[in-house]
Design a binder for this molecule. Structure first.
Ligand code: NAD
Length: 486
């Protein structure tokens, strides 16, 4: 392998950009550390405007030929891409764990298979993008889904491979070319993804990766005049900055952002299943956008259910994410640890009471104890803002109107989880909660054909299935006067 290489978990990884089918470096680098133990993993090329200009130009150049292949022509290449991900599953899983501290067991069994599926599913689904006709009295309207052009894809560190392929899959399948800006706190699996795409036969310039810091490389990318789509997953604050760039150039933007999702437990629910699922919100140290962090329990079952949750949470072992028994690994960086600890200290000062946890775990510098706060007034910061750590709040309710008001009482609207044994009641509550996804008696189940996204401050637009293609294509109507051709 040419250029600058790091060896992580025994895997050789290029730390350079991937632009126009070749490795390109930058004189400046940024350090990539492992949250597991602070070890130095790599010095990664820090791209800026120059590299972004090169990558967007390469993507523009590659666009006509890639678009012209059509979904059928792209399908075998993208299937090989998906196969390539599967073939390197163990390497990708191990590198992701070292880079962002996510659970190895989860990466092996869920994240990497899902990454492959992201590519394959949309490549197959694109075959349905044949367009259709609408008959009117004077004309026939031929509706087409044309690829939009160059898509800028920006993703966060908590699940870089899964979230990047979730964008790369539909964007490429629809005939676009892409420039990916990976997260600077976990940039490595996106570099491996470029190698896999190349080996699968994805042509030069179709998929480009520019490494770098968000405020520099990311900013250059979203402000580039030759970008046709911006797809962003990350924090609401960053989305507001990117949204301004998108607005200046009127570039369509999709945003999948943070959350403060309610987790509602009704007295008629399967309480053992509900308690296990509450405890599962601590997985990956709570660094999961979809986590149901506000637990809302019907008053009549409160004391008994709390004991069930306490028992389930006691099995959430804090430790090294490479260990198969670990459920709660490290927080991503020292700054993020301090941010989480700050939320916890302010919650205590505000009068919230930790029923368990509340401080650093006895394992390592970046490990925080699974924490549950009671006595939480809904207006407190801890009930309103996304912590992105293993910190849950406990509230109770007496009737459905009360829980719906409580559930909808934040600026977010990403997801909600609801446990109930009464179908009519569950349906009524689910339909009144503001959220892009509501899980009833389950959690984290996502079909790629279903819409995904957030309401309010949790996002703009929906992706998944047809909705991804609505975003990554220009929908055109060719309106032909009837009888105007002999
Ligand atoms: P972040 O917003 O700080 O960074 C996300 C990405 O944006 C990174 O690649 C970063 O380099 C880039 N970036 C930062 N500033 C930029 C700028 N000015 N211009 C262009 N790009 C810029 O978020 P994070 O801390 O990496 O991720 C955590 C957040 O992501 C949480 O809020 C979490 O809820 C959210 N998230 C949402 C989903 C979802 O699907 N809704 C999934 C995962 C994470």
């Amino acid at each position: 392998m040419a250029g600058n290489i790091a060896k992580v978990a025994g895997v050789e990884i290029s730390t350079d950009h991937w632009i126009g089918g070749r490795r390109v470096t930058s004189s400046r680098k940024f350090a990539d550390l492992s949250p597991i133990d602070g070890s130095h993993l790599a010095d990664v090329a820090a791209g800026g405007k120059v590299e972004v200009d090169q990558a967007v130009a390469a993507a523009r150049k590659a666009f006509p030929a890639w678009a012209a292949l059509g979904p059928k022509g792209r399908l075998p290449i993208l299937k090989r891409f998906a196969e390539g991900i599967r073939a390197r599953a163990n390497e990708l899983a191990a590198v992701e764990t070292m880079d962002n501290g996510s659970l190895l067991i989860g990466n092996v069994h869920r994240v990497v298979p899902r990454a492959a599926q992201n590519i394959e599913f949309f490549a197959e689904w694109a075959l349905t993008l044949r367009g259709h006709s609408i008959d009117s009295p004077e004309v026939v309207n031929h509706v087409r889904y044309d690829p939009a052009g160059v898509a800028a894809l920006i993703t966060p560190w908590n699940a870089p491979l899964m979230l990047t392929t979730w964008k790369v899959g539909p964007a490429l399948a629809a005939g676009n070319t892409v420039v990916v800006k990976p997260p600077e706190w976990a940039p490595l699996t996106c570099s491996l993804m470029a190698d896999i795409a190349h080996a699968a036969g994805v042509p030069a310039g179709v998929l480009n990766v520019v490494q770098g810091i968000g405020e520099e490389a990311g900013d250059a990318l979203v402000n580039h005049p030759d970008v046709d789509r911006i797809s962003f997953t990350g924090s609401t604050d960053t989305a507001k900055i990117i949204g301004q760039a998108a607005a200046r150039s009127i570039t369509p933007m999709s945003a999948e952002l943070g959350g403060k999702s309610p987790f509602i437990v009704c007295a008629d629910a399967d309480l053992d299943a509900a308690a296990q699922t509450v405890a599962a919100q601590y997985m990956n140290a709570g660094q999961v956008c979809l986590a149901g962090t506000r637990i809302m329990v019907e008053k009549s079952i409160e004391p008994g259910f709390l004991e069930k949750v306490r028992t389930a949470a006691s099995h959430m072992v804090v430790g090294d994410p490479r260990d198969k028994d670990t459920r709660v690994g490290p927080l991503i960086t020292k700054e993020h640890f301090e941010r989480v600890a700050g939320f916890v200290e302010r919650a205590k000062a505000d009068g919230a009471v930790p029923l368990w946890g509340g401080s650093r775990a006895n394992f390592g510098e970046l490990y925080f104890q699974p924490t549950l706060f009671a006595n939480v007034n809904p207006s407190l910061e801890i009930a309103q803002r996304e912590v992105f750590g293993p910190v849950l709040t406990w509230q109770s309710f007496s009737d459905d109107d009360e829980v719906i008001e409580l559930a909808n009482n934040t600026k977010y609207g990403l997801a909600a989880t609801l446990f109930s044994g009464n179908e009519a009641r569950a349906t009524a509550i689910a339909s009144r909660v503001v959220a892009g996804t509501v899980w009833v008696n389950c959690f984290f189940v996502r079909d790629l054909a279903a819409p995904f996204g957030g309401s309010r401050d949790s996002g703009i637009g929906r992706e998944g299935g047809t909705w991804s293609f609505d975003f990554y294509t220009d929908i055109k109507n060719i309106s032909v006067r009837k009888g105007s051709f002999a």
